[in-house]
Design a binder for this molecule. Structure first.
Ligand code: PAF
Length: 279
């Protein structure tokens, strides 16, 4: 496994690769969710490139950039075990040198809601860094977790509208035994908060249960989800959404593929999760 930190080194290694290249962009502190992306990319491609970069531009000024968990040595051990060929782990100066001032942005109709509304600038930071990684690595396929459902929809829009020749592959969310979606931020939870955090999954299960029972009124589904969340005193709801799976516009009636998503604070930790329903 080769570990490189500069764009020039990454480009040099890329030039030597023949056959398909799979890219897994990460912010490190890897868990089973990341490893499922890595395994899928490993199985699909001749070459596997994983990037580790805690991207400052996708964090707001009051967010957790400084304290975001980091453990590069452990990450590299795990990636080696998974048969990764190349790890690109640039520093901030390498990705955002002095004078950096070009941004990749998807329009408000997709980015002005949900995460985009709660975290101004976050999605612009994601699209900019992912576009840069696509340009540097020139992969045939790139792998992202379904847990960040809006990120996935926004990246698909970027790739389609800017004619980026990369296939975006969505990989199902990996969950803890109680349903909590794997996330690096779960490390922030105290034992009591960790127990409370399973309420996100219970809320999503309730949505799916009544949908499977024939309920199609989106407001009723949102209401049932809120009721479940209200049963957990440590949970503070940021949003509950039942939206068109592609445009992310809130639905009145679930008559098409929909993204059922939520953002909830448990203590000081902001967690997101989602399920899709067929409509
Ligand atoms: O999903 C993430 O971990 C990040 O948003 C990504 C795609 C690696 C960009 O920094």
């Amino acid at each position: 496994m080769q570990v490189v930190t500069t764009v020039a080194e990454m480009r040099r290694l890329r030039a030597q690769m023949t056959g398909s290249v799979g890219l897994v962009p990460t912010m490190g502190y890897l868990h089973e969710g990341h490893l499922s992306l890595v395994r899928r990319a490993r199985a699909d491609n001749q070459h596997l490139v994983v990037t580790i970069f805690v991207n400052p531009t996708q964090f707001g000024p009051q967010e957790d950039y400084q304290r975001y968990p980091r453990d590069p040595e452990r990450d590299l051990r795990l990636l080696e075990q998974e048969g990764t060929d190349t790890v690109f782990m640039p520093g901030v100066e390498e990705m955002y040198p002095q004078g950096f001032d070009a941004w990749v942005e998807v329009g408000e109709s997709l980015t002005g809601r949900l995460e985009g509304a709660s975290r101004p600038g976050h999605l612009r930071g994601v699209t900019t860094v992912v576009a840069k990684l696509f340009n540097v690595v020139q992969a045939q396929r790139a792998y992202f977790g379904q847990k960040d459902g809006q990120q996935l929809a926004v990246l698909r829009r970027m790739v389609a509208d800017l004619n980026m020749g990369v296939e975006v592959v969505a990989v199902p969310t990996v969950r803890e035994p109680d349903g909590l979606a794997m996330s690096s931020r779960n490390a922030y939870l105290s034992p009591e908060e960790r127990r409370a955090a399973s309420v996100l999954w219970r809320s999503l299960c309730r949505a799916r249960e009544i949908f499977d029972g024939g309920e199609r009124r989106a407001e009723v589904i949102r209401g049932e989800m809120r009721d479940v969340l209200a049963s957990e005193p440590l949970a503070r709801v940021e949003y509950v959404s039942v939206a068109d799976g592609e445009t992310l516009a809130e639905l009145e009636t679930v008559d098409r593929a929909a993204l059922v998503s939520l953002a909830v604070r448990i203590g000081g930790t902001r967690l997101i999760d989602n399920v899709t329903v067929a409509g």
